[in-house]
Design a protein around this ligand. Sequence first.
Ligand SMILES: Cc1cc2nc3c(=O)[nH]c(=O)nc-3n(C[C@H](O)[C@H](O)[C@H](O)COP(=O)(O)OP(=O)(O)OC[C@H]3O[C@@H](n4cnc5c(N)ncnc54)[C@H](O)[C@@H]3O)c2cc1C
Length: 400
Amino acid sequence: MSAPRTTTDPTGSAEYPLIETAERRALRQAVGDLARRYGPSYFQAKARAGEPAEEVWAEAGKLGYLGVNLPAEYGGGGAGIAELAIVLEEMGTAGVPLLMMIVSPAICGTVIARFGTDEQKRRWLPGLADGTRRMAFGITEPDAGSNSHRISTVARRDGDDWVLSGRKVFISGVDRADAVLFVGRTEDARTGRLKPALFVVPRETPGFEYTAIPMELVTPEKQFQVFLDDVRLPADALVGDEDAGLLQLFAGLNPERIMTAAFSLGVARQALHTAVEYAKSRSVWDTPIGAHQGIAHPLAQCTIEVELARLMMMKAAHLYDAGDDLGAGEAANMAKYAAGEASCRAVDQAVQTLGGNGLTQEYGLGALLTATRVGRVAPVSREMILNYVAQHTLGLPRSY
Ligand SMILES: Cc1cc2nc3c(=O)[nH]c(=O)nc-3n(C[C@H](O)[C@H](O)[C@H](O)COP(=O)(O)OP(=O)(O)OC[C@H]3O[C@@H](n4cnc5c(N)ncnc54)[C@H](O)[C@@H]3O)c2cc1C
């Protein structure tokens, strides 16, 4: 009889999914080693120069980190969202939070891997997996915002083709993307009602125009307004089943929420690490400032909140990777919320811990203040998650 596994035995992770396997810990270590060679000064210098963080993206892609969740037969690592979240969290912890990981391999890669045709998988997945190709994701519209039921980008049939028209806003990384996976609507032939559907649109398609939105973010990725003016697409631009758009969409949105949590938590851990190191060495009275409980307790509190959010993120990833889309939906929303809140508080406290240095470019914390706000607003706002939990978890009536 083999010895019973205890919670201190990390090899028992099949039974204890919250305890990391040796393999995942090795992945964390390897990704961290790579990202630390670049670090926050590289990343923020790129961002301030308006340049993409191409070198680290390319290297992470070549090493298989960007496509760790994608099927092995299409060049991916054959693992899950849990592993991809580990990659992004460690990148962020080392000061290199690659926002496009949320979009390209996590949303677009997942949707194509799960619902694409063999031809779509062959065309897109190997490039998304090794980072040589990128796909942005566009759902948000200026007049719909959080109310995605109101999106008005419409695809109509014209012979075998689709013709797509509409407007999108805040779409990340369009300038560096080979294509965008857009959420549009098609008309139900029977009822005339519009239903969501997903289309891959290569960026160079005639009628596809985009313009950068000036943002107060220090990140190499930019956000864009996109105009789709009678964009003609071949029949196979549609991904998945025209009648199951919503289901397919959610298959991509759960990974998006889990990955946004990973993004926020990486940033939070980077900030806390900087703050703790500073608090150990900075003395303005007789002891390091970290000895004052006014500094130590908030840092300890933030660390606990970050750790709790990490657990929720791993629960969500575990459910998703186990094929429980419904269960993952609730957990992914909660994880994104918890991570967004924890990281806003952690970065705020880190800035405070450094005093004036909290706002210098040398320490790089000021830039994280806006970065953490993204996790509160996107891809679904804090308030909309509270609405979701109020209605779906608690069964409360809705006000809107
Ligand atoms: C940096 C960044 C990157 C992004 N990248 C992408 C991307 O790649 N692709 C993409 O499609 N989108 C992207 N977005 C868009 C993002 O998903 C939206 O900003 C987000 O969904 C909120 O929509 P909105 O900005 O229109 O806010 P609104 O919907 O106008 O909401 C404004 C405020 O009202 C609150 N509110 C609205 N309705 C309710 C309600 N019923 N109850 C309570 N409060 C409510 C909201 O919580 C929010 O605080 C990005 C946004 C940012 C900031």
